[in-house]
Write a protein that binds this ligand. Sequence first.
Ligand SMILES: [Ca+2]
Ligand SMILES: [Ca+2]
Ligand SMILES: [Ca+2]
Length: 311
Amino acid sequence: MLVGHAAPALAAGVTAGTLIENTAVASFDEAGTPRSINSNTVVVRVDELLDVTVTSLDPGPVTARAGDAVLTFEVTNQGNGPEAFRLTAETAVAGNDFDVTLRAIAIDSNGNGIYDEGVDQILASPQTTPVLAPDARLTVFALVTVPQSVADGDTSNVALTAAAVTGSGTPGTSFAGQGVDGGDAVVGATGALATARGSLIGTVASVSLVKSVAVRDPFGGTSAVPGAIATFTIEARVSGTGAVSGLVVSDAIPAGTTYVPGTLTLDTATLTDAADVDAGTASQAGGVAVTLGSVPAGTTRAITFDVTIDR
Ligand SMILES: [Ca+2]
Ligand SMILES: [Ca+2]
Ligand SMILES: [Ca+2]
């Protein structure tokens, strides 16, 4: 009877540099005496596979206003040996409504999943991760600047690519002697290169002002004659997404007219002319000013005041 045993099959995930030894055994009876012999031992050193994946960790599109934004990615060493990865971020992705500008790529040095300015390390060019152990993951941030021109609802993508520093390319490509312990490094199924996209969506609130006037003349008509009263209405509309803050609407009293004291209103409620606890002030010299402060998108506020056309 011949009994052979084999060492475990070489499986993906066996650490590079592992020595897999295989010795066959034959057992038999010889003239009633059990005996066994061993074959020579075959030793296979596991080569290093180069594999990587990149995923976007943002739960959805990152809200983007003009200024800084952060996209979060995860790079995983899917190979079986230690490897560093070269990172590149592409901001001009086909289909973008707007392109952001890449400021830097940073790594999550303190491992909290959030970009911390001054704490998380910004990678110098060429941006390269530290050496990652097999199966190790690294959170990576693309720090970008959103242009002033971004409009509400516009979308943009940023593609982050990670490539094995040892090499990437067609699966099976071998880099002789560049793996663990002088073994070969072999490009795995991922091509040792992976890309993921993060997305941004413009969330911009904007303000529009619409002004109208209604005239009542002293004769019961609407002619803009001296002595007529003109009621100005200013509608401030906040549209888009989010809110604006510090909103103040002001208007000068037109030349040739005189402000009618006590006629300033906000959304039909009268405001005093004096600078006091309410939102408005009004005077002939200073005009009208109404402080609306923080106003969410989807809101319209209406301000009115009366003037008399000078005689
Ligand atoms: Ca390596
Ligand atoms: Ca951090
Ligand atoms: Ca007031």
